[in-house]
Ligand binder design. Structure first.
Ligand SMILES: [Zn+2]
Length: 288
């Protein structure tokens, strides 16, 4: 499951190539997506691509009108930009494919079948998704996609805000960090890494943290997420960024899936424990 840094990475990569692209056709191949009138996007140009919570949100403009598409990648969703190859024709093109563009070696970009394709002036934006848990929504109202939880990288998310949020919960801090209705985009990998960096035991009650521990936790949340974004996101199993490259952060993880290895800070053995079905990795010596 991609976490905030992975989604941010996809959004940034698409933001580098998509703005200015004009949509000529939208093909929904998977009816389960439930998108109504996808071709209302025809003639719209892409203005920007950004992350909102764990969704990739694409803004489209036509004159003064705006439309927005939100894609939630979930387990195996992938957004791939496939540039059009100039001057090439597929020999068996059917009449209905006339508006389509032709490429070779599509597999090198994406080996999963498309659930939706946005055909644009210079290529195709393809949403593929082997397990089909991902979602695609269109709306004229961008605020429909604002997540419930706080955006941890925004300036308004600070020690004071986090402190207020923690007071109402006696839940284990590790499980609390995973709650998307509290903070968006933190999953099992980064929750473990954040608590290791902060030196806080995952089993502490959320409302037991002192003011200074809350400050360290707030800094750790931002630092771990920023450093993961800088390294293009951790890559596990099916997740790949939009260029089909593997993230390089994996090698920088300190505790996640490191059970039995030595803590890089104190040398004690990293432990793996399960809490409510989720594995938690931590150092029992320096996380208190
Ligand atoms: Zn340690």
């Amino acid at each position: 499951m991609p976490e905030l840094p992975e989604v941010e990475t996809v959004a940034r990569q698409l933001q580098a190539v998509l703005p200015g692209e004009k949509v000529s056709r939208v093909l929904i191949k998977d009816a389960r997506l439930g998108v109504t009138r996808p071709n209302r996007l025809c003639g719209y140009s892409i203005r920007s691509v950004e992350r909102m919570g764990k969704q990739v949100v694409i803004s489209f403009d036509k004159g003064t009108a705006s439309l927005y598409a939100a894609i939630h990648l979930r387990m195996t969703g992938r957004l791939t930009w496939i540039p059009k190859l100039r001057g090439r024709r597929k020999p068996d093109a059917r009449a209905s494919d006339k508006a389509a563009f032709y490429y070779n070696d599509v597999d090198s970009y994406s080996n999963a079948p498309a659930r939706a394709s946005f055909f644009c002036s210079n290529g195709e934006l393809r949403f593929s998704d082997v397990r089909r848990f991902g979602t695609l929504e269109l709306s004229e109202d961008k605020s429909a996609f604002i997540p419930v939880g706080a955006e941890p990288l925004e300036r308004s998310f600070n020690k004071t805000r986090l402190w207020e949020m923690l007071q109402s919960s006696g839940q284990e801090i590790k499980l609390w960090l995973l709650r998307q209705d509290k903070i968006v985009g933190i999953g099992n990998i980064y929750a473990s890494e954040i608590l290791f960096r902060a030196g806080i035991s995952p089993k502490r009650a959320a409302n037991s943290l002192s003011s200074s521990e809350t400050e360290v936790l707030c800094r750790s949340i931002k630092a771990i997420l920023r450093s993961a974004i800088a390294r293009c996101g951790t890559t596990f199993s099916d997740f790949q960024d939009s260029k089909g490259e593997l993230g390089s952060y994996q090698t920088f993880l300190k505790v996640y899936k490191k059970e039995g290895e030595q803590c890089t800070r104190c040398g004690a053995g990293i432990i793996r424990e399960k809490s409510q079905g989720r594995s938690t990795f931590f150092c029992p010596a320096c996380q208190r």
